[in-house]
Design a binder for this molecule. Structure first.
Ligand SMILES: [Zn+2]
Length: 235
């Protein structure tokens, strides 16, 4: 990732390192090398999307009953475009707030470098199985929108962190969510908690962030015992 030109970064003499795991349920889950954890829920973004999808479906149903191009049809299509642009603006706003909160938290915790798991592995974070029964078309749409959300989140993080003199680096996160940092066994987390037979337990997304972090710092997974953790909702 290259930083945008023209940003005058502040000098940052801090030492802390934080890793981010991006997701749909929790937009940002992060852990620092000093044992702080942060979760920023994606509830707001999900409710915006849900509402938008309901309205769009309704308008599409109405449009299907009109003659294409007719006055009524064009009226519905204007309404549809309005909903799309409005929900996009709301999502953008929610992502700005989310990334701003994250930067605040980094400053509070004297963070100098941030690593983020590559979004290639992001599909595993999309909503639980029950949603998968929906029609193929809507699933595809959802994935595309998620991709939009993730790339936007990354872009906002990049320049907001850079402005504070904090670096952001993408790292490969293959298997990070599945590997136990204590015994090295792999399993897919089946609930909100990652539990291993060896006794290790961690919140699933903080577990992912923690593995990204220790792999980056030490070159192998290691347990980070969290001293404190913050849970934030974006209004
Ligand atoms: Zn284990």
């Amino acid at each position: 990732m290259a930083f945008e030109d023209g940003i005058n970064s502040k000098e940052n003499l801090d030492q802390g390192v934080a890793a981010i795991d991006l997701g749909e349920i929790h937009i940002i889950a992060s852990v620092t090398n000093q044992g702080q954890g942060l979760i920023i829920t994606g509830r707001k973004a999900r409710s915006i999307k849900r509402l938008r999808n309901t309205k769009i479906k309704e308008l599409q149903r109405k449009m299907a009953h009109c003659q294409k191009g007719s006055r009524q049809w064009r009226k519905y299509r204007r309404a549809l475009n309005y909903i799309l642009s409005k929900s996009r603006a709301q999502l953008t706003d929610a992502l700005h707030k989310t990334t701003r909160e994250f930067v605040h938290w980094c400053l509070e915790n004297t963070i100098k470098d941030v690593v983020v798991g590559d979004v290639e592995g992001i599909q595993r974070h999309t909503s639980p199985k029950k949603k998968q029964t929906k029609r193929k078309r809507s699933r595809r749409t959802n994935q595309k929108l998620s991709q939009w959300t993730f790339s936007k989140t990354l872009r906002y993080l990049q320049y907001k962190l850079a402005a504070e003199g904090i670096s952001l680096k993408k790292v490969n996160e293959a298997y990070t969510a599945q590997t136990c940092p204590v015994c090295g066994k792999r399993k897919k987390p089946s609930s909100r908690k990652y539990r291993c037979a060896c006794g290790y337990v961690q919140h699933r997304d903080l577990h992912g962030a923690s593995n990204i972090l220790t792999q980056h710092i030490y070159g192998h997974y290691q347990e980070i015992v969290l001293k404190e953790y913050k849970y934030l909702r974006i209004a």
